[in-house]
Design a protein around this ligand. Structure first.
Ligand code: SF4
Ligand code: FES
Length: 362
């Protein structure tokens, strides 16, 4: 049996609080309240443990990580441990003086979400008037500060025809990298699937546009494109494989193999308040459940892609089949593949229902 390698990085969901309400958010429907969040010293201890395990990167995420008033303390601690830092932010609510403090502390990289190329549409998706303009100003501050900027574009039926315009806008904002990610249907995204699902024709056109635009920007701006699962023939290696490279810690301190793992029934999650991170990574029940290839059903078990895509996405398999150990229906070899394509086709053909906006209800 191969020894378990330490993860490359961890994603810290510092909080579920967020000024935006994007209907495709991957946070769970049951959002963690502020009084359930880990305190500063526990986050710092977790970061120390991550460095001791040999991790290289820490991603500060949420919700909106800047909603935590101790973000500066956490960043300073992470830099003191020699780790690369990435801030995944909405750009809303992070004032210039605060960004300057984060830059002075050594922040390495910022990932900023962009909802659309058009202000009105972008603000409608974000559920916040003025969000688009605030993001433009924030991007300018990032570039002015000399930080590396990635723009995250989440694509769905309401903006897919403007994917080229969104990439052009990201270039105008000064991004070195763009991540074009078609909506993944977990959490709020799953609750809004019918409202977000594009048609197959729209997806194919968008794939062509991204290829053309990528050639245009080669050498100047990198464009990464995550192909949408519902119209794919083979699944992606979700999280680089379950318990292979990444871990996620949610606001309450539960350690997860992926951001949507709590949607899977029957898994138990260890908490950093009670167990050391290295023990959770190497022996935690949730990590062991789908690590490697032993758990795989046929045809994954005999497939030559089993250590490439690691069987796809467990959360998607559960959402679509009710069985987390099933072959990911995004795979053309899954017996449910055609059903999933039909479902996507019929949802995309129907008029979009109203958004169910992400909201803290308690
Ligand atoms: Fe991946 Fe399993 Fe499909 Fe093979 S059968 S491509 S391992 S999901
Ligand atoms: Fe959980 Fe893909 S989101 S395994």
């Amino acid at each position: 049996m191969t020894a378990i390698q330490p993860p490359l990085s961890m994603l810290l969901e510092l909080t579920h609080r967020c000024p935006l309400q994007c209907p495709y958010c991957s946070n769970p429907l049951e959002l963690a309240r502020a009084d359930h969040e880990l305190p500063t010293e526990t986050w710092c201890d977790v970061i120390t443990q991550g460095a001791e395990m040999g991790m290289l990167q820490v991603h500060f995420s949420g919700g909106e990580p800047a909603a935590r008033t101790d973000l500066e303390d956490l960043l300073a601690h992470t830099k003191a441990k020699g780790l690369y830092t990435n801030l995944i932010t909405s750009g809303v609510g992070l004032k210039p003086a605060r960004l300057a403090r984060l830059v002075a502390l050594g922040l390495d990289h910022v990932q900023l979400s962009l909802q659309d190329a058009y202000m009105k549409e972008a603000d409608r998706i974000a559920g916040l008037k003025g969000a688009f303009a605030t993001k433009q100003a924030f991007a300018a501050e990032i570039i002015e500060a000399g930080l590396a900027l990635t723009i995250n574009l989440v694509v769905h039926r309401h903006n897919i025809t403007r994917v080229g315009a969104m990439i052009e806008l990201a270039d105008a904002m000064g991004a070195q990298r763009v991540e074009v990610a078609h909506t993944q249907y977990y959490g709020w995204g799953l609750a809004n699937r019918a409202a977000l699902m594009p048609t197959r024709e729209e997806v194919e056109t968008a794939l062509g546009v991204v290829e053309t635009v990528r050639a245009h920007y080669r050498g100047r701006m990198r464009i990464d494109h995550v192909i949408p699962d519902y119209y794919a023939d083979r699944p992606k290696a979700c999280m680089g494989g379950w318990a292979q490279r990444f871990l996620v810690i949610d606001p309450s301190g539960d350690v997860l193999p992926c951001h949507a793992a709590k949607s899977l029934p029957g898994l138990t999650f260890d908490n950093v308040r009670e167990k050391r991170l290295s023990d959770i990574w190497t022996g935690g029940a949730a990590f062991e459940a789908y690590r490697g290839t032993q758990w795989m059903p046929m045809p994954c078990r005999d497939c030559d892609r089993r250590e490439i895509d690691w069987g796809g996405c467990r959360c998607q398999a559960f959402a679509l089949t009710g069985d987390a150990a099933a072959v990911d229906p995004a795979c053309g070899l899954s017996p449910r593949h055609a059903t999933v394509r039909d479902l996507a086709t019929s949802e995309a053909a129907a008029p979009p229902p109203p958004f169910r906006y992400r909201r803290m209800t308690r």
